[in-house]
Design a protein around this ligand. Sequence first.
Ligand SMILES: [Zn+2]
Length: 239
Amino acid sequence: MNKYLEDLVKLSKFDTQISMFEPQIENEKAKLATFVETAEAIKVSINDTYAQIDDVKSKRTKNNIHLAELKTKLDDISKKHNEIQNEKELKALQLEEEITKEQIAFANEEIERLDEITEEKESQLKEYQEKLAQEEESIKDVQVAVDNQIEEINKQRNVIYQERSELLEKFDNKILTFYEKIKRWAKDTAVVPVKKQACYGCYMKINDKTYAEVIKSEEIINCPHCGRILYKEDETVEA
Ligand SMILES: [Zn+2]
């Protein structure tokens, strides 16, 4: 193979590998983000539940105050029994007493109901807190795994960068400019193999004459359709 073409194939492969490192790192970070998002959602639920408990407790306090007032009222009513003058007054007092007792019963029921809600919310809160602790434990583990993976990717990236810069030290300047011009639009497919007599950049069939030249590999050949640099992939490499 033409020495320049050989260098171009190598350079193009390095550049393709380099482009793949960033998505790999992003992918690793995304793994962690999923766990962090779950933990954040649990934290929101915890805060909501705290607010709900506060609300129920404040309703309970109001009911307690009301209950105390009703009890005072009941005491007053029982004192008034001594001052009763006639049957009409007695009946009125008895009615008031009955209503107050009903109100007391209702307030007591309400307090009981609110206590049940509080208990339920507190057990829900405990569940959320346990889930959050588990999630935070997972985050620690995932963080370590992700950090290790990213470190590994960076090591590989440094190796490729090193090999690429070594290749560039003895690279022909004109060839490099030519490659970079194509790369501007073709990105990582500036140099592509020919398979089944088709350009693997634009996937169009190339004519017999061009194909024969690509197989000879004596010169740098561009795809007649798209302009990418073509090469015949070594069968052993392909295998
Ligand atoms: Zn092409």
